[in-house]
Design a protein around this ligand. Sequence first.
Ligand SMILES: Cc1ncc(COP(=O)(O)O)c(C=O)c1O
Length: 382
Amino acid sequence: MTSTPLIPLFDPSRQFEEVEDEVLEAVGRVLRSGRYILGQEVAFFEEELASWLGVRYAVGVASGTDALVIALRACGVGAGDEVITTPFSFAATATAVLLAGAVPVFADISLEDLNLDPDSIEGCLSERTRALLTVHIFGHPAPMPLLREFADVHDLVVVEDVAQAMGAEVDGRRAGAWGRAAAFSFYPTKNLGGFGDGGAVATDDPEVAEIARLLRNHGSCAPHFHRLLGYNSRLDEIQAAALRVKLKRLSGWNEERRRLAGLYREGLAPTSLRLPSEREGCLHCYGLFTVLLEGRDSLAAFLGERGIGTGIYYPRPLYANPVFKGRCRAGRCPRAEEACAKALSLPLYPGLREEEVDRICSAVREWEGLRRRAADLPTAKP
Ligand SMILES: Cc1ncc(COP(=O)(O)O)c(C=O)c1O
């Protein structure tokens, strides 16, 4: 008897097969150079990233979390400030606000795209509000034109968390090119995944870029002269060299993600699952393929028994985590809570095979059929 092959939620090794020779060559070049920190690979990568994004500067740092903290601080966010953000994100979005010395204020999301709802942010304003930290969740860009307009009217800085959405666009402009600064993560499972941790701050503003450069390197602007309280948060040469190889292929890989998402749409059309939306004018880059449904835990268990990995992003709104207790401002966000109760992410990454998507979809349909029969409900959508 053959065992069912596992379809993991993520498998970055499949992507590696495609670039193995080039990555090994690039890494070897760095190893032979003897220059491992802040050398030319990081400098070239920063140039290539800025030009890919359509902004003037990119600053490589050690992680997406550091990119957020550094971006916020470089934009002048600090003690006494409040930052409006979403409770439906990875914790780093809001812990970065705390680490920058400011207070996160959580506004509710829209259930259409799971991003901040522009209508819910007005009620979060106070005289301390300094910034709007938008996340492009799961690869669907936030409604940047509306959020920018709101920020302009209220004189707020916009910082973008692009960790899950490298390659997303709104009205032909890339996510990360809308705010005063943007934070990218190169965690291995991201759209542009490295071979370890890494991140970058991007901006059009020379002052923000300069401060970010100081902050990532001990606040130092000349050897042993420290102007700011900074960090050791540099992107390694090895990571930069490998990321340069992968950046060239990012658009193709994102196209593959979109094609796989299309297959899911077909395969899951007969089910009652709420599939990811694509708002008009938006290019979704499917950092994750996340559906909403009643009975999420039951489906996750059913798929797990069939060797199909799934993930729950996110089981609770950020304000329900102890770390934020007494350190954030939040009313209840009912739509974020609903998303937390219903969201399930399915495997979607370059290298995932069509027949694997078919298998996942037919397992989901089987689960729904069984559930409907158990509840004595009609079996198919009209
Ligand atoms: C939305 C979001 N922000 C920030 C981060 C933090 O990035 P890193 O893991 O590179 O620190 C992540 C990582 O998962 C993320 O998904």
